[in-house]
Write a protein that binds this ligand. Structure first.
Ligand code: IVH
Length: 705
């Protein structure tokens, strides 16, 4: 435990003893006056442990007991109330308007770099400007996608928080910023800080919202039918621009500092050192910041974060690169409103606005009806996007997305582009409200929406669109892997009347195929060979390929591991299915129901009779668990590349020895096994103090068998 945490715990124990003492309620005003600052200091230091370090050292109940005692004293002796008291985070009445404040030293903006070449050119300009023969050190920081704020502290107290505004004049948002738990009301925060409070200092940084916080906030807004926020940045801006601090207090805002404004203190030399210094005062500093000796390393850092940005729980839109030494910064100076000594390396954009031309609906293989946006083509991150998902009916109505709207479209990594929301300000009045069709666009049967589900379904057994999707899925690489059967043939074969149900595939012959227009002999032979091959696949592939609702690859593998054959699975009771590790009640019900329908029984019997494997393969069967000490009962998270074992084998070995493997790091995780290029999971493990193992150490835990 770090020194300050143990000092804090000692101070906490003393404070709790005082509060719990029989005589506490009858303490005199003078005694209370001496105790209140201690209590405030202890509480603020715990807030720092909780919000900034993500490492609380006392129970919530103890914190509540302390703050309750402080509230009691402040009620008994109102003039002992201090502005830095944690009871005063949300206080005051709503404002009528924001007051304008001038920034004593302007908040600048940044020039942009869009490539490694841009970065190199900027660095060369800096070196020339400094007349430097040798490379100069550079600090690289993540560019947090939030809102710039300037926090002024006088004698350690937070006295003002202002937005950037136009850089010269911003708005006073002190009342809102005080509600942000990560922002200290008084510095230094630590109870045993070696340095005193500077007479005056302005800390600058970014207020932002975590992605997880936004998700929870949007879920809460949906409950009251309020419009969700399109992205964390808008959510942070919208939350800070509240006149009533009580609303801001309910918004999960956070903060990272990135620089020092005017100060009376002697700050250390160097951007990197200054951030550490701010962090010693109790300001949250981003843990990814690094100081480099060459621009090549900076470029590698930028490229690595372009790939890894989605690993973080907050949005970043680039990397800010700063010449580290303050003397160098001063020598380089500014051009108009941006420093010469810093530059923002911007990641390729992932959002763009365009016109929503139409909304059409597609029928999926399970009959699910998916609304899709038809867009005026737009470039996002080097790719032309003309279609995007609109998820479901509620998604469209809750965001009030209308045909003709200018919409924000997002394309993140491999994810399918999605419409984020409309730009309401761009409306002309010509937009049309869309409504869900009542009948299937492919077969015309009425659509149904089950209670508790967001999607509409076509439940017709005869729907051609559903069958096309099912055939495509059945033949897919993760299912029956039928060579020669891609998305085009999945349309042609049913349309030609050759394949009306899956077993028809195995009834195809060369002559029928060859008779089809544009179907060369060789192609026919390839397809038939692919179909014949698919008779010999593991049971799990068939189970996945049948497109049973809620049975993905993982569930199919778990089911195939427990049952010797399709016939055995068909007989299984719902409770038996539910008892399988990793199979939830919804999947169990879906599988059980599937096998109770005559049509499905005919289907898999026909496939079996045509020679398709319906038996469990020996290697699919669940391995017997042999509990191993050090593994059994423990929860593991695997991250990064494990060069010898691979993550899949490592996971099955852990499970075979009685351990559990989960996907995300939490306090319940016992070990994180980190391979090469491990990312945010490793960071999280370090933050939470969870034991981290390398591949070799994991091997040591495993019994030699
Ligand atoms: S330094 C003179 N560092 O980006 C330097 N800015 O596009 C001024 N931002 O207004 C800013 N993360 O709101 C700096 N690590 C970081 C940043 C950062 C986010 C924002 C900031 C600024 C904008 C400029």
């Amino acid at each position: 435990m770090p020194e300050s945490a143990s000092t804090l715990l000692r101070a906490t124990r003393d404070a709790l003893a005082e509060i719990r003492s029989l005589f506490f309620a009858s303490r005199s005003e003078a005694e209370a006056a001496a105790f209140v600052p201690t209590l405030i200091g202890v509480l603020n230091a715990h807030a720092h442990q909780y919000y900034v370090l993500d490492a609380p050292v006392i129970a919530d109940g103890e914190y509540d007991e302390l703050i309750h005692a402080l509230r009691g004293l402040e009620e008994r002796f109102p003039h002992l109330q201090q502005p830095d008291s944690p009871t005063q985070r949300v206080g005051g009445t709503p404002l009528d308007a924001f007051e304008k404040v001038a920034h004593p030293v302007p908040l600048l903006s940044l020039s942009n770099a869009f490539s490694a070449d841009d970065l190199r050119a900027w660095y060369d300009r800096c070196l020339r400007g400094l007349d430097a023969a040798e490379p100069v050190p550079v600090t690289a920081e993540l560019k947090i996608d939030g809102l710039a704020v300037a926090l002024t502290y006088a004698d350690g107290q937070l006295v003002q928080a202002a937005t950037r505004g136009n850089g010269v004049q911003g708005e006073n948002i002190t009342h809102n910023v005080r509600t942000i738990g990560a922002i200290p009301l008084r510095i230094p925060v630590a109870v045993d800080a070696p340095m005193g409070a500077p007479e005056r200092i302005e800390a600058r940084g970014e207020v932002y919202m975590r992605k997880s916080g936004l998700e929870a906030l949007n879920a809460r807004l949906a409950e009251t039918d309020d419009k969700p926020f399109a992205n964390p940045r808008n959510a942070a801006a919208g939350s800070l621009r509240q006149l009533d601090p009580a609303i801001t207090a309910q918004r999960p805002l956070d903060f990272f500092c990135y620089g020092i404004g005017p100060t009376t203190a002697a700050a250390p030399d160097g951007q990197h050192a200054q951030l550490r210094w701010l962090s010693d005062f109790g300001f949250p500093a981003n843990p990814e910041t690094q100081r480099f000796a060459s621009i090549d390393e900076v470029i590698a850092f930028c490229e690595a974060w372009t790939e890894r940005r989605d690993d973080l729980d907050y949005e970043i839109d680039g990397v800010v690169v700063k010449i580290d030494r303050i003397a160098d910064q001063e020598a380089l100076g500014f051009i108009s409103n941006a420093p010469r000594w810093a530059i923002a390396y911007k990641f390729p954009a992932r959002e763009a606005t365009t016109t929503l031309l139409d909304i059409k609906v597609n029928v999926g293989r399970t009959g699910v009806i998916k609304p899709e946006a038809v867009l005026a083509p737009v470039q996002i991150g080097g790719v032309t996007v003309s279609q995007a998902t609109l998820h479901n009916e509620d998604y469209i109505t809750s965001r009030d997305i209308r045909i003709g709207d200018t919409v924000v479209v997002k394309r993140a990594g491999d994810v399918i582009p999605a419409v984020v929301g409309p730009v309401v300000a761009a409306r002309t009045g010509e937009e049309r409200v869309w409504s869900m069709p009542t009948h299937c666009p492919a077969c015309g049967s009425p659509l149904v929406r089950l209670p508790g589900e967001a999607d509409w379904y076509c439940i017709s057994n005869e729907c051609p669109a559903q069958f096309i999707r099912l055939l495509e899925h059945y033949a897919g690489r993760s299912a029956m892997d039928i060579d020669g059967l891609g998305s085009k043939l999945a349309i042609i074969l049913p349309e030609a009347g050759l394949v009306k149900e899956l077993p028809d595939l195995y009834r195809l012959d060369r002559d029928t195929l060859a008779a089809m227009e544009r179907f060369a002999e060789k192609k026919a032979d390839n397809l038939l060979a692919g179909i014949a091959d698919s008779k010999n696949r593991p049971l799990s592939r068939l189970l996945f390929g049948l497109g049973i609702r809620h049975v993905g690859k993982d569930a199919a593998e778990r089911l195939a591991a427990q049952f010797a054959s399709m016939a055995a699975l068909a007989e299984a009771e719902q409770e038996t299915l539910e008892a399988i590790d990793g199979i939830g009640p919804i999947t169990a019900l879906s599988v059980h129901d599937w096998f109770r329908r005559d049509q499905n029984t005919h289907l898999w019997h026909a496939l079996r009779d045509l020679g398709v494997n319906t038996e469990q393969w020996p290697e699919e069967a669940a391995a017997e668990v042999v509990e191993a000490e050090g593994i059994a009962g423990k929860t593991f998270v695997l991250t990064g590349t494990l060069p010898t074992m691979g993550r899949k084998d490592a996971a099955s070995l852990i499970k075979r020895h009685g351990g559990k493997v989960t996907g995300s790091v939490s306090k319940k995780t016992d070990y994180v096994v980190a391979g090469e290029n491990a990312g945010s999971k490793l960071m999280k493990a370090n933050e939470l103090g969870i034991a981290v193992l390398g591949e070799a150490e994991l091997l040591e835990l495993l019994p030699a068998d």
